[in-house]
Design a protein. Structure first.
Length: 310
């Protein structure tokens, strides 16, 4: 005679069978697709860029200003130029400002910044000034002893900061000059050294805020912060060195570029993540807050890359 099985046991067995079936069904389902990444927009080589080193967003004109070295980064050859590029990638004026034209002196333009109606550009041993609307030259400021002015930024109080990477021409490339420094323009644009010395590791990209100046280094791959009194603090090092560009984002994080890593890193919460890679020579990046877009000059590839960030 067959034993009567309690209904509770039958229900439990059915539930277990259904659960097992559901697990097996899940095991055979394909994994969910990875989250989509914002596409990179590349301005083609035919745009005419020649060693584009820096991209600056001019918010008043809704325009990108691209500094083109056009040759040797250390040569005073007078052939550097600045391009105007639309956010859609169209080159509006390839040589909006050009060395040797209309009284312009421009050798190897690198970092730049806008203060009021003046565009400031770092150029080997001097800071060039231009009208931000017309591009007309407004004069130059020589930085005493500088050999490789590289990046430039404007602080929240209007102070102009400049880095000297401390490099000089040498057979087959360049060599340390020992002029590594962080400068600012004081009253009447008088140059004032904030920090000097080879231990700065070839200063490059800089940003400034109410707490002071943050700087990355080309040679040592370090990130430093200088407070208002010039006291230096070292921040965590990125995964790879050869650091170049640096921008601050509205959420308090920073983006920086690495030639060794061929990448753009994001520094947030004490950690680094990669937001763009496989870029041959990511130089002095810019930031377009209107489109949440990082602007990347791929210097040796003679191209510009725009990458939207979520």
């Amino acid at each position: 005679m067959m034993k009567e099985v309690p209904l509770k046991r039958i229900a439990a067995a059915l539930a277990a069978g259904l659960a097992l079936g559901a697990c097996k069904k899940q095991e055979h389902q394909p994994p969910p697709p990875p989250p989509t990444q914002p596409a990179m927009m590349i301005v083609p080589d035919s745009a005419g860029m020649n060693h584009p080193e820096s991209i600056l967003y001019d918010s008043a004109a809704d325009m990108y200003l691209v500094d083109n070295i056009n040759g040797d980064p250390l040569a005073k050859d007078g052939n550097g130029f600045i391009s105007q590029v639309n956010p859609d990638g169209r080159v509006v004026a390839l040589k909006w400002v050009a060395g040797g034209v209309n009284g312009v002196t421009l050798n190897a333009p690198k970092g730049s910044g806008i203060k009021g109606d003046t565009l400031f550009v770092a150029d080997i041993d001097a800071v060039r000034m231009f009208n931000r609307t017309t591009g007309a030259p407004l004069g130059s400021i020589t930085i005493p002893g500088a050999t490789f002015l590289n990046d430039l930024c404007i602080g929240p109080d209007g102070t102009v900061y400049i880095t000297d990477s401390g490099l000089k021409p040498a057979p087959g490339g360049n060599a340390p000059s020992g002029t590594d420094a962080l400068w600012k323009l004081g009253p009447r644009h008088r140059p004032v050294a904030i920090a000097r010395g080879k231990d700065l590791g070839e200063p490059n990209g800089i940003i400034a805020d109410s707490t002071g100046v943050t700087m990355v280094t080309l040679g040592s791959g370090q990130v430093f912060h200088f407070d208002a009194k010039g006291k230096r603090t070292e921040l965590p090092k990125p995964p790879k060195g050869g650091l170049d560009g640096l921008v601050a984002l509205p959420d308090g994080s920073m983006l920086l570029t690495s030639w060794q890593g061929q990448a753009v890193y994001r520094f947030q919460g004490g950690q680094y993540t990669t937001v763009a890679d496989s870029i041959q020579s990511p130089a002095d990046i810019g930031w377009d807050p209107t489109r949440h877009r990082v602007l990347i000059p791929d210097m040796l590839a003679n191209r510009l890359i725009f990458r939207e960030l979520k």
